[in-house]
Design a protein around this ligand. Structure first.
Ligand SMILES: [Zn+2]
Ligand SMILES: [Zn+2]
Length: 267
């Protein structure tokens, strides 16, 4: 089965990823406007009627902005846990509430969409509830882990089973510490329920590398406290320190904050 992956946006101003086959697709988060999502998908030849569901990681605005319109106007089911749905109901900035498009899922309980088996797994962050997603697509597997304070054993277990992963590299430690953010915000980002830094992601990949891992996209890079080159170099250095050849054994690529990537096709 051919697998298609596209990042539509990644970062604190909006997150949205597409994963599909020749016949259908899903979105992980819809944190940019529905019109932009529709336009960016259309440019790649994908109509919204192909989207069978949006799988929401948590209820922060940069992950949910387009969910109301996609759910209620375009009738795309919006999947997440009950706690996240309650968070959406309470969120005054999330104005288009979900009614008919609301779908409840449970962590570690698979949801079948065509040939995809999708499982939410717990991550540590400060939304109403927080999860990553593991997608088993027959002979290929994909995972999405964004907005997490640390890589727990549960998260590590799913990542190690993935051929492809979208994994957070939010900030460079030095840049955050020496940067202009107020102390309270720095503490939040640094905490166990904050975000992953380049070093944590690098260290995880270097010590858990598997031959089956093909491609890692670094996601949710901070505009103020990171740079794509710094994130990539940090991860490359750690992997190469373990004798893993970046570009040959595994591909490491940072995701753009506001622009979509090209369409990746995996045969
Ligand atoms: Zn976020
Ligand atoms: Zn968040």
């Amino acid at each position: 089965m051919k697998l298609y992956f596209l990042s539509l946006a990644s970062g604190s101003s909006g997150n949205c990823y597409y994963l599909g086959t020749d016949g259908y697709g899903i979105l992980i988060d819809a944190g940019i406007g529905a019109r932009t999502i529709r336009k960016r998908l259309k440019e790649k030849g994908i109509g919204l009627e192909k989207i069978r569901g949006v799988f929401v990681t948590h209820d922060h605005c940069d992950h949910i902005k387009g969910c109301g319109c996609l759910g209620e106007k375009f009738h795309i089911p919006i999947y997440s846990t009950e706690e996240v749905h309650r968070g959406l109901d309470r969120n005054s900035r999330f104005t288009e509430k979900l009614f008919t498009s609301r779908r409840i899922l449970y962590k570690e309980v698979p949801v079948k969409i065509g040939d995809f088996t999708i499982q939410a797994f717990n991550v540590s962050h400060d939304g109403s509830d927080n999860m990553g997603y593991f997608v088993d697509a027959g002979d290929k597997s994909f995972s999405f882990a964004t907005d997490l304070g640390y890589i727990s054993d549960t998260v590590a277990n799913y990542l190690c089973r993935s051929n492809y992963m979208v994994l957070e590299a939010n900030y460079d430690h030095e840049m955050l510490i020496n940067g202009s953010y107020p102390d309270s915000l720095k503490e939040r980002i640094l905490s166990k329920s904050g975000h992953l830094c380049n070093d944590e992601t690098a260290c995880f990949l270097a010590s858990n590398y598997q031959d089956s891992m093909r491609h890692v996209w670094l996601c949710h890079l901070s505009r103020d406290n990171n740079h794509p080159d710094i994130a990539t170099k940090t991860v490359e250095k750690a992997l190469e320190g373990q004798g893993i050849q970046v570009g040959t054994d595994i591909i490491i690529e940072p995701l753009h904050r506001s622009e979509n990537t090209g369409m990746y096709v995996f045969e």
